[in-house]
Design a protein around this ligand. Structure first.
Ligand code: HEC
Length: 174
């Protein structure tokens, strides 16, 4: 593991050490795929399926996790989990809107029609907005995938989760 850390900008040192530890563990160890799957499917704990879809379970706010292991490398998957802000998947930019009544909302655009816009915020709440009520709207780079998901996991659980995701190679819509 030579210079992985030097590419990272602006992370506080404490989380930096933790980050390195998780990346190294997840790259070096095999993990337990079945435990990782169970972890991911335990929505109250992992949260993942509140936004992602796996097989016929979960929501479609985030990208499809079905078959993710055949689309992405282990490193990409690890980094997506640890640093959702840095590795934003295409088509998932956030939108900030200022409403006529002064309210400001940020979230991921999940539905847009001629007169409505539906945003999902990082609390997994959906906001249905009338375009007529929107004063200004701006797209920006930013993910609603919450930061620090790994803090709810032990190193072992993290490694298991990564192992499950990298082994998840079935095709979508099976
Ligand atoms: C609040 C919603 C939310 C939760 C909870 C969430 N994600 Fe995400 N996730 C997203 C969104 C939106 C994206 C796409 C934007 C991005 O790349 O950050 C994403 C991206 C990803 C990616 C990258 C996929 C790609 O196409 O590059 C992976 C892998 C991933 N999430 C796994 C997970 C796992 C595993 C969990 C649970 C530990 C989780 N996510 C929890 C919303 C969420």
């Amino acid at each position: 593991m030579s210079s992985r850390g030097s590419r990272k900008v602006g992370a506080p040192t404490g989380t930096m050490v933790e980050y390195e530890r998780l990346v190294e563990a997840a790259l070096a160890r095999t993990g337990n795929v079945e435990r990782g799957r169970k972890r991911l499917l335990t929505v109250e704990k992992s949260q993942c399926l509140k936004c992602h879809r796996l097989g016929d379970q979960g929501e479609k706010i985030g990208s499809e996790l079905t078959g993710i292991g055949s689309r992405f490398s282990r490193v990409h998957i690890i980094e997506s989990l640890l640093e959702p802000l840095r590795t934003i998947a295409a088509g998932f930019q956030s939108q900030t809107v200022a409403m006529n009544d002064g309210q400001v909302l940020s979230g991921l655009k999940i539905i847009e029609t001629a007169d409505t816009l539906v945003l999902a915020d990082n609390q997994k709440k959906k906001h249905s907005l009338l375009k007529a009520d929107i004063e200004e709207s701006q797209a920006h780079a930013g993910s609603i995938m919450p930061d620090g998901l790994e803090k709810t996991l032990t190193v072992d659980e993290f490694v298991d989760l990564i192992s499950f995701l990298t082994s998840e190679k079935q095709s979508a819509g099976r």
